[in-house]
Design a protein around this ligand. Structure first.
Ligand code: ADP
Ligand code: MG
Length: 256
C-alpha cells in the first residue's frame, strides 16, 4: 500500500509545487511508483508535470465530487515517469459544492483507496490555504512535508499549520504526522539563511530533513518547458538535491 504525503504550507510561493513535482520525479528515478495529486485549482503541478490543464477530460474536481474515479481521471507525466491526478480552475468550485456532501473531509481519502496498491508513494500538492481542499489532503495522508524558506518570517504562520495538523490528527485522521520540515530555496551565502536553518534544527531536531534544497535557476526554468526540474537538467544542483530528498523519503518510509 502506498504511503501518502501532503506537501503543505498555507503560504504561497514557498516551494510546495516545486517540491511535489520534483520529489515525484526523483522518486520515479529511484524506481518508485508515484501518483501526484494536484489539489490546487492553480494547476501548477499539473502543468509542471507536462499535462495541459485546459480541457481535462476529468480531474481532481470530478474525483472529489464522486463523478469520476482516480483510475479514469489520472494521466501519465511522460517526462516525469509518474502518474498525475490533474487539476485546473474548476477545482475551486469543489470547495463550495462539497459542503453539501456527506463525508466531505474524506472524499479524497476514499477515492485514493481504490488505487493505493498500485503505488509506493502518493504525493499531494496542497493549495496555499487551510481550506476544505487542504483538509481533504490532510485526511488522506500519513504525513505532511512542510517546505520552508530560511528567512526571518519563515516560522510565522507555522503554528497555524501545526495546530490544524494537530486537530486533524485528534478528530479526523489519527495516522497523520508531521514527517518533516524541508529547507528550500536555500542560499548558503546568506548568513541569515544559515542562522534560521540552525534555529530550525535546534527547535525541531530530527523533524528537519537532512536534505537541503538550494536556490537553483534550473528548477525555476523547468516548469515553462512542462518538465520537472529533475528531468530538465538532472545534473543541476537542484535536481540532485531532490533526488537525494527522494532517497531520504524512501529510507523514512521503511521506518513507518
Ligand atoms: P508554491 O507551490 O508554494 O506556491 P512554488 O513551488 O510554485 O511555490 O514556487 C514559487 C516560485 O519559486 C516558483 O516560481 C518556483 O519556480 C520558484 N522556486 C521554487 N523552488 C525553487 C528553488 N529551489 N530554486 C529556485 N526557484 C525556486
Ligand atoms: Mg503551488
Amino acid at each position: 500500500m502506498a504511503k501518502i504525503f501532503c506537501v503543505a504550507n498555507q503560504k504561497g510561493g514557498v516551494g510546495k509545487t516545486t517540491t511535489t513535482v520534483n520529489l515525484a520525479a526523483g522518486l520515479a528515478k529511484l524506481d518508485q511508483r508515484v501518483l501526484l495529486v494536484d489539489l490546487d485549482p492553480q494547476g501548477n503541478a499539473t502543468m509542471g508535470a507536462g499535462i495541459n490543464k485546459a480541457g481535462l477530460p476529468s480531474s481532481t474536481y470530478e474525483v472529489l465530487l464522486g463523478t469520476a474515479d482516480v483510475a479514469t481521471a489520472r494521466q501519465r507525466s511522460e517526462p516525469g515517469h509518474f502518474d498525475v491526478l490533474p487539476s485546473n480552475r474548476e477545482l475551486a468550485g469543489a470547495e463550495v459544492e462539497m459542503v453539501e456532501l456527506d463525508n466531505r473531509e474524506r472524499r479524497l481519502k476514499d477515492a485514493l483507496a481504490a488505487v493505493d496498491k498500485q503505488y509506493d508513494f502518493i504525493l499531494i500538492d496542497c493549495p496555499p490555504a487551510l481550506s476544505m481542499l487542504t483538509l481533504n489532503g490532510l485526511c488522506a495522508a500519513h504525513g505532511v512535508i512542510i517546505p520552508m524558506q530560511c528567512e526571518y518570517y519563515a516560522l510565522e504562520g507555522l503554528s497555524d499549520l501545526v495546530n490544524t495538523i494537530k486537530k486533524v490528527h485528534a478528530n479526523l485522521n489519527p495516522d497523520l504526522k508531521i514527517i518533516g520540515l524541508l529547507r528550500v530555496m536555500f542560499d548558503p551565502r546568506m548568513t541569515l539563511s544559515q542562522q534560521v536553518s540552525a534555529q530550525l534544527e535546534q527547535h525541531f531536531g530530527d523533524k528537519v530533513f537532512k536534505t537541503i534544497i538550494p536556490r537553483n535557476v534550473r528548477l525555476a526554468e523547468a516548469p515553462s518547458y512542462g518538465v520537472p526540474g529533475v528531468t530538465f537538467d538532472p545534473t543541476s544542483k537542484g535536481a540532485q538535491a531532490y533526488i537525494a530528498f527522494g532517497a531520504e523519503m524512501v529510507k523514512r518510509i521503511k521506518k513507518m
